[in-house]
Design a protein around this ligand. Structure first.
Ligand code: GRF
Length: 208
């Protein structure tokens, strides 16, 4: 199949392992998206190197150049629009996005979070899971709204919490699932198979 591919931007502040998973997926024949731009708010983010290594243009947009969040959001939205971006994946992007940005990409912004939301939003989700003593942890891919990890949930994957797990071990198990799940949800979004109905997201099966 050689259908048109959705133009994706990935926003990342850190290591970029989820960016890498998306880049790898986009390199597969028939994947319905292409990453056209990676933006980071952190000039030293490893994600930028990963983008450049894949031949994808990588930009830094630092918040300190902007008087307020709305101005940053507007500049970020403009940067993406100039490149014809149609959907946005947050992959460890450590900033909240406000209405100026989200209105530019309605129901077209996804995030991945390392917990089974609505449990353990925010930072250090694996640490929170261990502290709470849960037996199942996991990851969530959700549409982004103005809250912290609060948008409608598109997909989740669970992993066991094992006796003896420390934060790093649990985080690694969760991340392996993130790398599998995020591209799957991006594929569904780009194939028009996700429908947001209030808090719920209906996911239609792949065609054929
Ligand atoms: C991931 O665990 C993701 O769930 C969270 O931030 C982390 C980013 O990791 N939002 P990476 O930069 O993709 O390796």
């Amino acid at each position: 199949m050689t259908g048109r591919r959705t133009r994706l931007a990935v926003l990342a502040s850190g290591a970029g392992s989820n960016l890498q998973a998306l880049l790898d997926a986009c390199a597969l024949p028939g994947f319905p998206a292409q990453v056209v731009l990676v933006v980071s708010d952190v000039p030293t983010a490893r994600a930028l190197e990963r983008a450049r290594a894949a031949g994808i243009s990588a930009e830094v947009l630092e918040p300190r150049g902007f008087p307020e969040r709305a101005a940053y959001d507007a500049a970020l939205a403009a940067l993406l629009q100039v490149r014809g971006v149609e959907a946005v994946c947050l992959a460890g992007f450590m900033r909240l996005l406000g209405p100026r940005f989200l209105a530019a990409f309605p129901q077209r912004v996804l995030n991945v979070h390392p917990a089974l939301l609505p449990a353990f939003p925010g930072l250090h989700a694996a640490r929170q899971a261990l502290a709470a003593g849960v037996k199942l942890a996991g990851c969530t891919v959700h549409f982004v709204d103005e809250g912290v990890d609060t948008g409608p949930i598109a997909a989740q994957a669970a992993v066991p919490v094992l006796d003896g797990d420390d934060e790093a071990a649990l985080q690694a198990r969760i991340q392996a699932e993130e790398h599998r799940l995020y591209p799957e949800v991006v594929r569904a979004l780009c194939e028009g198979r996700l429908r947001v109905e209030g808090r719920r997201v209906a996911v239609a099966p792949p065609a054929g």
